[in-house]
Design a protein around this ligand. Structure first.
Ligand SMILES: *Cc1c(COP(=O)(O)O)cnc(C)c1O
Length: 440
């Protein structure tokens, strides 16, 4: 399968090229040339299959031309070492819990898959592949844990000193092994600038192999379609799979776009709801047909604080730029922080179900938008304990912290302090490369 760029000015790429480059040379996002249908027999018998079996079928339709089935099976089965269960919340409303992975957030699925696919494509190459990632919190933890212990790949996570929550910080600074956390004396923008500069530094790139684990990478984005099929399978087991509406808390719109891909492949979903926080650029687009990116606003659902969602380009390409077709498939809504807190409180009071601020947006949009005869699923993208203070305030009770999160919090911080000057960063990277060379 070939991949084309949403900007239309770059040559077609192979899967390997798309994965190792992340972004197309014209600045666009890679998109598969065709979206193949899954066989009818697959959706007919899906209720009898495991999550891993379902995911392998879906993976084969995307990646089957490029990766032999036995290798693909290894990547998929190894990625999905945790479940994504459907939990009933109230009449006609279910939660798809995507937070049972290592960092308790849905980004684990894509990050783990990408790590394994990148390792697969680069295993013939000599020397270490270095993944550079700048983070304001969640991406760093998903990527670091996704790549933890993967042979031949070293990850450098750059994060701004004192600007990341303690819980988030602990999830990528305590790992050791092939993960190095660099605590930058600066802002998130400084971290991003350092990474960008490193990628464009020809001298550095001649010395060491650099790549990114950006969320727009096809190997992070496409595997997110797996759990939409699995959600359908679970609803089918319950006899509730007709008239399905799926509500997705959206920031960069990768998650919902993967759902739209699943739908295009033949998954019987009636419609989608894109839930926004105060960053309502997409909601505005749905209502007006005009896309106006803005500076992002800080909210309590901070992983959705995106003012210019990069996957919007993929949605446009999927619907051939037709606003009319987009609004047929996707509905939307947007909520301020006070509505989000009230939703956490109300859902707990009425249904004894604990939402995190992101899932709360999706739950609200679903309860506001669900019509008679429809069955609704919202995506719960993070464990509520990751947002302990906000959630405890809203529900008025103390949360139990999952063991995995506690282990991170109690782990020893191993990060390396660094200035925000490029020369220091470069010198450090080269010294690491030399050390690694000597060991071999
Ligand atoms: C990243 C993230 C989102 C937004 O997902 P997109 O794919 O960027 O739309 C929602 N919730 C949580 C908890 C996240 O970490």
């Amino acid at each position: 399968m070939k991949y084309y760029s949403t900007n239309g000015k770059a040559p077609y790429a192979s899967l390997k090229e798309a994965v190792t480059r992340s972004l197309a040379p014209d600045g666009g996002l890679y998109v598969p040339e065709q979206i193949k249908n899954v066989p009818d027999s697959f959706t007919e018998n899906i209720q009898d299959m495991t999550f891993q079996e379902i995911a392998l079928e879906v993976a084969k339709t995307f990646f089957g031309d490029d990766i032999p089935e036995t290798d693909l099976k290894g990547i998929v089965y190894d990625t999905l070492s945790f479940d994504c269960p459907i939990v009933k919340v109230s009449e006609n409303i279910w939660s798809l819990e995507l937070y049972h992975g290592p960092t308790l957030a849905f980004k684990d699925v894509g990050a783990r898959f990408m790590a394994r696919m990148l390792a697969y494509f680069t295993k013939q190459e000599t020397g270490t592949i270095n993944v550079l990632v700048a983070t304001s919190g969640d991406t760093g933890s998903a990527v670091a844990n996704g790549f933890l212990g993967i042979d031949g790949i070293h990850v450098y996570v750059l994060y701004p000193k004192d600007k990341v929550s303690k819980i988030q910080e602990s999830q990528f600074t305590t790992l050791g092994n092939n993960i190095t956390a660099l605590e930058i004396d600066g802002t998130f923008d400084d971290c991003q600038a350092l990474v960008k500069k490193a990628f464009s530094d020809t001298g550095l790139n001649a010395t060491m192999r650099l790549t990114s684990a950006n969320s727009i990478n096809v190997a992070r984005f496409l595997p997110q379609s797996f759990y939409y099929f699995y959600a359908y399978a679970q609803m089918k087991r319950l006899g509730m799979a007709d008239n399905l509406v799926i509500s997705v808390p959206s920031g960069n719109f990768g998650n919902i776009t993967a759902g739209l891909y699943a739908w295009q492949m033949g998954l019987p979903i009636k419609r989608f709801i894109a839930a926004n926080n105060a960053n309502d650029i997409f909601y505005h687009y749905l209502r007006t047909g005009t896309y106006e990116p803005r500076q992002s606003i800080q909210t309590i659902a901070n992983a959705m604080d995106v003012g210019n969602p990069s996957n919007f380009a993929r949605i446009l390409s999927l619907f051939h730029n037709s606003h009319e077709n987009i609004i047929k498939a996707i509905d939307g809504n947007a909520y301020q922080d006070n509505s989000i807190s009230q939703a956490i409180s109300k859902c707990y009071k009425d249904s004894h179900y604990i939402l995190d601020p992101h899932g709360a947006c999706a739950w609200l949009a679903l309860t506001d938008g669900l019509q008679n005869g429809e069955h609704g699923i919202f995506l719960e993208t993070a464990h509520p304990a990751k947002f302990k203070d906000i959630v405890e305030d809203a529900i008025g009770t103390a949360l139990t912290i999952p063991k995995r999160l506690e282990e991170f919090i109690n782990g020893k911080k191993l990060s390396i302090p660094m200035t925000n000057r490029y020369e220091d960063f470069k010198k450090y990277l080269i010294s690491q490369q030399n050390n690694a060379g000597r060991k071999e």
